[in-house]
Design a protein around this ligand. Sequence first.
Ligand SMILES: [Zn+2]
Length: 388
Amino acid sequence: MTPGISIPPKNIALAVDTGGTNTRIGLLELDKGLICHASYPTALFRDKNQMAETLYDGFCGMLDSNDINYHRIAGIGHGSTGVPDFKNVTILDSPNLPKSLLPLDLAPRIAKKFKLKTMGVGNDCSFAALGEDRFGYEPKGVEPLPEGSRRSPGAFRISPYQIFPKKFEKKCFYTVSTGENGGFTDKGVIMGRPELGHGYGGDEDFFGRTAECGPNCKGVGHVEAVHSGSALGKMILREYKFLPSNVRNSQVWTQIDTMVSKGMNEEKLLKAIPKTLYDCARSGDPLALLISDWHNEKTCRVIGNILASGYQPQIIAFGGSVTKSMDFSMVPAFRMFAESVARGSKDYTGFQPEAQLPALAVCRDYGENHILLGAGAFVFNKLYGAEL
Ligand SMILES: [Zn+2]
């Protein structure tokens, strides 16, 4: 926010983030960002009408408890998994949302109740990139790469070049979570959205088995199938099942033994395994360290795929559950990338000139709130421009 410019009276945005598991809502204040949020299981909603009613009640509760006059509401933004129809402010289709909710015209339904004119819909990753653009960290300068040390998100930035711009105009947000994908912005405007998660990542998992995307894609060789959190869970659990119990000579296997003996079901195991892997790596388990090194090489490939997309971001900000173990899942990968560039290798950069290589960072709060931040940013950008 530029000093001397008064804050417009309409300085609150309503934000919605609909995902396969949870639907989240939040309030954003123009110069503060997210001030409160709430989450509902998406399975709670039977139909669009009931969903809009429930979220409207949720917003009213938040506005009232924060003592916010409804006249201050600038508009509503809706970020979602799936295919957006910008003209009708609707999510047309999504493999992750229940069929009974599709096509999902949440923003117009809630806008009508609050009598709002400004509204928008967007793909989750594109909105997350917009959230990073308006409410992410500002560049602080180049920090040396610490040897194996843990760092808080955003405090860590590296760049193959030594001069940072005052503000990054071109940004990429990339999530490594259940699935993975990226979004791009240029001066606060969302750019195209290539399906980066389904770019090339290698045909085989760490154990040499064929890696295939989930039921909606089924492609072999896609980065999501070897690099995402669910890919890590799947490949480790699959190998665990193949291994005779007398050769389970790694903490990774004994930790899974313990979880299985506690009666944890497959779904929960898949979710728990990535964190277990990095806990084992942290305590020096050789197999866990090998797997995390292998995963870091894939992260370098991801950076390469982003560079090859042609959008030339000045910064790539990583988010998602896997980045929560950033001391093993991100920082060493950034170092691996920088060392490769320093050696003059083109393995990850192709013909990209060194001067145009992006800074690398981990998002504030691991990108957990970035879709809400982006939904609010969309409203503020539309009304006041990306600069205010
Ligand atoms: Zn795929």
